[in-house]
Design a binder for this molecule. Structure first.
Ligand code: GLN
Length: 499
């Protein structure tokens, strides 16, 4: 029999339902995998083996009693440490929330537990989800399970970034510490780490998954989603996570479609847009080739390929890096030493001093940088020049997509401009790091669903992702095109186990 830890969501759920193994056996196997890999990869901030076992025992008891089983019954998952979990430390990877144990459960995590999933632990991430490499966590870097292969020489053992901000999620799934994990995506944080680690990840339409109980970064962009082995597993998990929530005022009041039942890789009659503005000068040749492969695969699946224009693409990155920090500076004002986590109260200090000391000690450098940028662009003298202007450009970017989708069903682009980079390679220069988000932020600004699927490996044997962007509410179209890619990419590369 294959190892239980090699199985994904569908295989585990079906195996448990058929009695091929118990949910307890599954939880035990993944708990062991977490324990074995955690020292090397640091994918988790806290592990909760007892929670995984507790959920499994309930599923096994329900099955024995002949009760109906949920969509995720018997599947232990990793939970990004941005989701509030009742009684379990929730930190957003920041010192300012160290020790914070919420009194409530986020809607998305509750839905997953209700569907029969169990929690292996809280996954590491970039601090407050700000970053593309997981190097801004206050709990240490996550190390990607992948390493560069060097043709004809000894392999490169330099630790690589698992992507960010959902780097604990991507590393845990790629290293088979968890069959699936939650992620959140504000400007690419599900898609880029999925691409860096050879797994699949979907960010649904803005509003599909409730933001209630998710630590806020940039509220008009934040969206939860699924990270798993393949398209089918992502569809199953997203069905369990999505749904209207009156506690989130931007939640979509629409029924959740049966995406899994609707999966269909036949692209005949579908039009796929290839935006010319994404062909950057000096594009990595391996990334360009994988994009061409994707185009050929969708053609092979029956789609018609159409060149399109998204003329405001070049403004997406600067627009994002104004809007996201602006919202962050406002959202993060709540961490003041009064209500949550850390309090730094120097001797004889007054209230203002406490705020300042707490925030100085609690926030990491990238978070401080964003708060300062955000405060600056929202300040009286610069508001119109930066923030209002960025909002206008955001509208133009969204309009580009609306126009394009009058002509095409989905858009195909690379997920990221490169494969995984080494830790430390980009962290000294924030702009260099921000540039890694160039292909992922446009769909975020427009609120469109988008998915990354593994497409192949580059010259160093590292995974590359292809991104499918769809119309608002058309996760089905995104999943279907992604499935067509998956079937043709036949991606089977796995990191060599060194941990
Ligand atoms: N890398 C982007 C940023 O640093 C996106 C982060 C995210 O999607 N949470 O803001």
């Amino acid at each position: 029999m294959t190892n239980i830890t090699d199985l994904g969501i569908a295989a585990i759920r079906d195996g448990v339902a058929k009695g091929e193994f118990t949910a307890a056996e599954v939880a035990t196997a993944f708990n062991a995998a977490v324990e074995a890999a955690q020292p090397a990869l640091n994918a988790f901030i806290v592990t909760t083996p007892e929670k995984a076992l507790e959920a499994a025992a309930k599923v096994d008891a329900d099955r024995a009693a002949g009760k109906p089983l949920g969509k995720m019954a018997g599947v232990p998952i990793g939970m990004k440490d941005l989701f509030a979990t009742k009684g379990t430390q929730t930190t957003a990877a920041s010192k300012i929330l160290k020790g914070f144990k919420p009194e409530y459960e986020s809607t998305v995590s509750q839905k997953l537990w209700d569907a029969g999933a169990g929690m292996l632990g809280k996954l590491n991430l970039d601090q407050f989800a700000m970053g593309s490499s997981n190097e801004t966590s206050a709990f240490g870097n996550v190390i990607s399970p992948w390493r560069r292969k060097v043709e004809g020489g000894p392999n490169d053992t330099a630790p690589l970034a698992p992507g960010g901000s959902s780097g604990g999620s991507s590393a845990a799934v790629a290293a088979r510490m968890a069959p699936a994990a939650t992620g959140t995506d504000t400007g690419g944080s599900i898609r880029q780490p999925a691409a860096f680690t050879g797994i699949s990840g979907i960010k649904p339409t803005y509003g599909r998954c409730s933001r209630w109980g998710v630590v806020a970064f940039a509220s008009s962009l934040d969206q939860a989603g699924a990270m798993a082995h393949d398209v089918t597993d992502c569809a199953i998990m997203l069905e369990a996570m999505a749904g209207f929530d009156p506690k989130d005022s931007t939640s979509l009041n629409m029924p959740v479609p049966e995406w899994t039942a609707g999966l269909n890789a036949d692209m005949r009659g579908k039009r796929v847009g290839i935006p010319r503005e994404y062909r950057l000068d000096g594009m990595d040749p391996d990334v360009a080739k994988s994009w061409d492969d994707g185009i050929a695969w969708l053609k092979d699946a029956g789609a018609e390929i159409v060149e399109i224009s998204l003329p405001h693409t070049k403004y997406a990155l600067p627009t994002y890096y104004i809007i996201a920090p602006a919202e962050a500076s406002s959202n993060l004002a709540r961490y003041d030493g009064v209500r949550y986590g850390l309090r730094d109260l120097p001797d004889g200090a007054g209230l203002q001093d406490m705020y300042a000391a707490t925030r100085a000690a609690g926030f990491g450098p990238e978070v401080k940088r964003r708060i300062m940028i955000g405060t600056y662009v929202l300040s009286a003298g610069f508001y119109d020049a930066y923030y209002t202007q960025a909002q206008k450009v955001r509208t133009l970017i969204a309009r580009d997509f609306t126009n394009a989708f009058m002509d095409v069903d989905v858009i195909l682009v690379p997920t990221a401009p490169s494969s995984a980079f080494a830790l430390g390679e980009k962290s000294a220069d924030p702009l260099e790091m921000y540039l890694n988000d160039v292909f992922s932020v446009p769909a975020s600004l427009a609120g469109m669903p988008a998915m990354s699927v593994p497409a192949g490996v580059d010259r160093n044997g590292l995974p590359l992702g292809l991104q499918v962007i769809g119309k608002a509410f058309d996760e089905q179209g995104v999943l279907n095109a992604s499935l067509a890619l998956e079937q043709r990419a036949q991606f089977s590369a796995r990191p060599e186990k060194w941990w």
